[in-house]
Design a binder for this molecule. Structure first.
Ligand code: UDP
Length: 470
């Protein structure tokens, strides 16, 4: 390398595969297109075998180092994902400092890239005299909420879910109060305080990369990509998604089954890496799918009656999830349906010609993957910013249909069957399918030469490359 050290980036993903996957794609682009070298700094909480196995598949210019575990036994059992991630980050700062100092002495370290709950590391980057940027594995709508949160917090007198008028944010579709992201729904909670804390840090970033693209969120993109005093530059660089799912034995069986099905005939049903339904809702979904008479491939996870994000950190359940299905269900539906426990090769499934629809929890990675493969959705959000995503997908982007819940918030089988049939065979289904095909083209264009996302990434890379430590 002619004695010139390649610029190095330290990346800190918050735990969760949904954060690591898009950052890994971003890292590959930075390595191949812009010749950076990269270190992933992982938290002990995400330092499990799946994470390590995944990191080991990345190119050799991308290495990783795990932070030592921090004590977490004092955190109450009921603490949410947001609270846990925030505390893990805060307690890991001393070891983060050590790692960054070490990288600074062994590499040409130019920037620290934190993902959305890790901006507490910014002050260390400042101390070291390197750049500090943020990566949002969600979308521009989420970022807008975070930018506006301090002002909203000061302005509103009640809880968000009690607001009579929807929350109107610059460039965004109005968000009904009850559908604001879950950590904001009760202002007296720990997670709410943490979100306010992070919101203030977001504004300190020197730039924010977002896993979205202009065509899917033209409203917020127009606003956030124009300069505003006191707000960091925002770069929509998405969709950063993997080309293929990691191979696995169960995965192969799903794909073989899809090979036997007619083109566009199967609805894929999955709630992401951590989403769980209640026992009763799982049962009802089974009955609804059966009643729809459509072909389905369903990733079933064991139910949890308290917390819809209960398997977020483990992504798998111990008991056999299929034992919670109605008696005789798999037998009665064996001609049209396949149920797989816990995990499926989602990207390969969405890319398969037999897949014609996706009943999804609207996690942002899942959404981008669906768009990139031109698959229209049924929006069934569970937690985090998923309900806001569902509002956007159904009302602004219009690539998703939402089932109507009963007054008790429960989705009944008749309604489930109706939306599934509508998506696969109805007029509304045809309309959302046509729009998602157009959006698929736009997603590809954003990442082509001269595309908006690649240009935004080039701009950031140029800033990082020209940075000289003082
Ligand atoms: N995923 C998968 N198989 C599954 C469930 C999830 O491959 O059975 C992948 C999916 O393709 C996506 C990620 O895990 O890349 C889930 O991210 P998302 O943001 O959609 O949801 P989260 O899991 O963070 O709630």
């Amino acid at each position: 390398e002619n004695g010139v050290r390649r610029p190095h980036i330290a990346v800190l993903p918050t735990p969760g595969m949904g954060h690591l996957f898009p950052l890994a794609e971003l890292a590959k682009l930075l390595v191949h297109r812009h010749h950076f070298t990269i270190t992933f700094i992982t938290f002990a909480a995400s330092d499990n075998s799946a994470t390590q196995a995944f990191l080991s598949t990345l190119p050799s210019s991308i290495t990783s180092v795990a932070l030592p575990p921090v004590p977490l036994d004092d955190i109450p059992d009921g603490a949410t994902i947001e609270t846990r991630m925030s505390i893990v980050t805060l307690r890991s700062l001393p070891s983060l400092r050590t790692v960054l100092l070490d990288l600074q002495s062994t590499t040409n370290l130019v920037a620290f890239l934190a993902d959305f709950f890790a901006a507490d590391g910014f002050h260390i980057a400042r101390e070291l005299g390197i750049l500090y940027y943020m990566f949002i594995p969600s979308n521009l709508q989420f970022l807008t909420v975070m930018f506006e949160l301090p002002a909203l917090d000061a302005a509103i007198k009640c809880e968000f879910p009690e607001l009579e008028e929807p929350v109107r944010l610059p460039g965004c579709v109005p968000i009904p109060g009850p559908e604001i992201l879950t950590p904001l729904r009760n202002r007296s909670t720990e997670e709410y305080k943490w979100m306010l804390h992070h919101a203030a840090l977001y504004r300190q970033a020197q730039g924010i990369l977002v896993n979205s693209f202009v065509a899917i969120e033209p409203g917020p993109a127009k606003i956030l990509t124009s300069e505003e005093q006191g707000r960091p530059p925002v770069y929509p660089v998405g969709p950063m998604i993997q080309a293929r799912s990691a191979a696995g034995a169960e995965g192969a069986a799903c794909l073989r089954w899809l090979d036997e099905q007619p083109a566009g005939s199967v609805i894929f049903v999955s709630f992401g890496s951590g989403g769980t339904l209640s026992r009763k809702q799982l049962w009802e979904l089974a009955m609804g799918l059966e009643q729809s008479k459509q072909r389905f491939l369903w990733v079933v996870r064991s139910p949890c009656d308290e917390d819809s994000s209960s398997t977020y950190f483990t992504a798998s359940t111990k008991e056999n999830p299929l034992s919670y299905l109605p008696e005789g269900f798999t037998e009665r539906t064996k001609e049209v349906g396949l149920v797989v426990p816990s995990w499926a090769p989602q990207i390969d499934v969405l890319g398969h010609a037999a897949t014609g629809g996706f009943l999804s929890h609207c996690g942002w990675n899942s959404t981008l993957e669906s768009v990139a493969h031109g698959v229209p959705m049924i929006a069934w959000p569970l937690f985090a910013e998923q309900t806001m995503n569902a509002v956007m997908l159904a009302e602004a982007v219009r690539i998703a249909i939402r089932p109507v819940a009963g007054e008790d918030g429960f989705f009944y089988r008749g309604e489930i069957a109706r939306v599934v049939r509508e998506l696969m065979e109805g007029e509304q289904g045809k309309a959302v399918r046509n729009r998602v095909w157009l959006l698929k083209e736009a997603a590809g264009a954003a990442l082509s030469e001269e595309g908006s996302s690649l240009k935004a990434l080039d701009e950031v890379a140029a800033k990082w490359k020209s940075f000289k430590a003082v």
